[in-house]
Design a binder for this molecule. Structure first.
Ligand code: NAD
Length: 411
């Protein structure tokens, strides 16, 4: 480990969502371990100074580097807490551009050199999925903790091998389950934990994105995107989001009954699949829980909806345009509840319409959860507490994705 300094943790870290501070995002609904806040309370002496490096300076690096350079709108990083010391990309122009944009002193095209010369405490791996395991192993062997973008591994065997490397090296590795940390998900979580919706019965997650668009980043036939080599093709880029969100609500339960229809409705040979319709039935703490994943490339507009059904009511949000709609028993009993629901949700729609206009003007992305996940991860690394996304969480997510891809579950 490289140099470090100790200072007193400030009492306010500027989290925008009060529910996080009171634990609203924390933990899964049943039996999970993730999402907890660090045990070191305000004022505790903890070592928060770490040297961070980034490998892969493409699209998602903007969010990671914004966080690392202390420019996040979502969290405040006290001085000296974490310093981005170097970036690396196979493309020298891209590495240099990222270093200049975010005031990072050093840029490399070779990760081994970066590790040797910079000795980072933490490396963010933001390269295409097929490179994650070899690059993460290099970093762990060099003594760095790893924060890896999803999917960390292509299957559970690869993941087990990587976790063994981390264990042997005495370093930690975590995977970005960022949407579980979005405030809108915290809101749904809260309504399940405080009983507003009753006990969980079903989670339905739907992503609609025009990934087959020939002008889009996945549709270029001349320079195919690396994601096409993954077992679920382009949909593999989204499977971690589906699985981590479902398990966030259900806890890491098993789903003995799974069926998945993987289709290529566009018939474009570049794509293995462009459509997923999956149904999972598991045994939750309070009875059976259904999970439903839909990925659609051919239906607009861009959508990322999460809907949770409980024994009393249901709630949904769209992570791209946050607006939580809640349908539940209200004052006035069964006769007036439907109308009260319309009125309450109508008022919320107007309020959130204005808020989303503000988000658009401020160019806010749906990546606030990523910043909050990184913030929690650095706190846990600093205090030695359990990471917000644990090895068990990563195993559960990866196993569910494997299960969805098994031949015997295909519809
Ligand atoms: N968590 C999220 O919500 C989210 C969102 C977008 C992307 N991602 C994930 O982030 C990862 C990167 O995605 P992206 O959209 O930024 O991809 P990108 O193609 O924009 O960038 C990847 C970069 O990695 C570089 N690279 C490739 N191999 C390398 C190597 N061996 N050494 C150094 N650099 C190398 C490439 O030159 C490129 O600049 C993927 O795993 C993706 O699934 C996550």
């Amino acid at each position: 480990m490289s140099q470090s300094a100790t200072f007193t943790e400030p009492t306010a870290l500027g989290h925008p969502d009060p529910s996080r501070i009171s634990g609203g995002l924390s933990g899964r609904i049943s039996g999970g371990t993730s999402g907890h806040r660090s045990g070191a309370g305000p004022g505790a002496e903890i070592n928060l100074s770490m040297r961070a490096a980034v490998v892969g300076t493409g699209a998602i690096s903007v969010e990671h580097l914004t966080f690392l350079s202390g420019r996040s709108r979502f969290v405040e990083l006290p001085d000296r807490r974490v310093k981005p010391v170097a970036v690396c990309d196979l493309s020298p122009i891209s590495a240099r551009y990222a270093a200049e944009t975010f005031d990072v002193d050093a840029h490399y095209t070779d990760l081994e050199q970066l590790l040797e010369f910079e000795r980072p405490d933490v490396v963010h791996i933001l390269t295409p999925p097929s490179t994650h395991v070899p690059l993460a192993s290099l970093c762990l062997e060099a003594g760095a903790h790893v924060i890896c973008e999803k999917p960390v591994a292509a299957n559970i065997d690869e993941l087990h091998a990587l976790l063994d490397v981390a264990e042997r090296c005495g370093r930690k590795i975590t995977e970005s389950h960022n949407y579980c940390f979005n405030p809108a998900i915290a809101e749904l979580t809260q309504m399940l934990t405080d009983g507003t919706l009753g006990s969980l019965r079903e989670v339905e997650i739907r992503i609609a994105l025009p990934v087959t668009d020939p002008d889009g980043r996945f549709g270029d036939a001349n320079l195919p995107h690396p994601i096409h080599s993954m077992p679920a093709g382009v949909i593999h880029d989204f499977t971690t989001h589906f699985a981590s969100l479902l398990l966030h609500f259900t806890g890491n339960i098993r789903f003995p009954r799974v069926t998945a229809a993987w289709s290529n409705h566009s018939a474009d040979p570049l794509f293995r699949y462009d459509n997923l319709d999956a149904l999972m039935i598991g045994n939750g703490a309070d009875g059976p829980v259904h999970g439903r994943f839909r990925f659609e490339a051919g239906a607009g507009p861009d959508t990322f909806t999460v809907r949770v059904y409980g024994s009393r009511g249901w709630a949904e949000t769209d992570l791209f345009q946050p607006n939580t709609r809640v349908v539940m028993p209200r004052v006035g009993g069964s006769q007036l509840s439907p109308i009260a629901n319309h009125v309450a949700n109508g008022a919320g729609l107007i309020r959130n319409g204005m808020a989303n206009l503000g988000r658009k003007v401020m160019q806010r992305t749906p990546y606030e959860g990523l910043h909050l996940f990184l913030d929690d991860t650095y706190r846990a690394l600093a205090t030695g507490d359990e990471l917000p996304v644990t090895a068990d969480d990563m195993r559960a997510v990866c196993s569910l994705i494997d299960q969805l891809l098994e031949e015997k579950t295909r519809l």
